[in-house]
Design a protein around this ligand. Structure first.
Ligand SMILES: [Zn+2]
Length: 175
């Protein structure tokens, strides 16, 4: 009969304490980053759009410059919208990267909304459209300058950033 000494797979107390310290430091770094981003976001946008995460921070900073992007996961290449911190396909955190898009796609569904926020009343009613972009990503937005009677399922549209009510935002137009 042979005896062998198995290496311990349990981390030592020191290892556990070092890991915990590193985790706390990382969490403080993340907190500091989010605070700095929230400040920049407020400087850029004032009262809106809302600040949700590092992923949405990057997206809205690009919108402020006139660029519309979709999101892509750097771990599994899944494309999605809106940008979010955790990939909806592989659930890996912090892999969201912005990807350029022509913004072209087809109307998947639509409805006319008369119940809008106060700020949007000057352009009400608005046409809400779900657009399936050619990249396979679905985006909910407004379809501009189109009467309800002229919208068709499958209609080709392009999403781009425009100034709407004196603020840059992403909207769709027929092409
Ligand atoms: Zn992924």
């Amino acid at each position: 009969m042979t005896t062998s000494t198995q290496p311990s797979i349990q981390p030592s107390t020191q290892e556990r304490q070092a890991a915990l310290k590193a985790e706390i430091a990382a969490s403080r770094d993340r907190e500091a980053l989010i605070k700095a981003q929230a400040k920049t976001h407020e400087d850029t946008w004032g009262k809106g759009p809302p600040f949700f995460s590092s992923a949405s921070f990057a997206f809205w900073q690009e919108v402020a410059k006139g660029h519309f992007h979709i999101a892509s996961c750097s771990a599994c290449a899944h494309k999605f919208f809106p940008p979010r911190v955790i990939c909806p396909a592989c659930w890996t955190p912090d892999t969201c990267t912005l990807q350029e898009t022509a913004g072209e796609g087809r109307v998947f569904s639509f409805t006319e909304s008369h119940a809008v926020p106060t700020r949007v009343i000057p352009i009400a009613p608005v046409l809400l459209v779900a657009v399936d972009l050619d990249e396979g990503v679905r985006v909910l937005t407004w379809l501009m300058d189109t009467p309800l009677s002229e919208v068709k399922m499958g209609q080709r549209v392009r999403i781009a950033v425009e100034s709407v009510l004196e603020r840059p935002t992403y909207v769709a137009r027929r092409i």
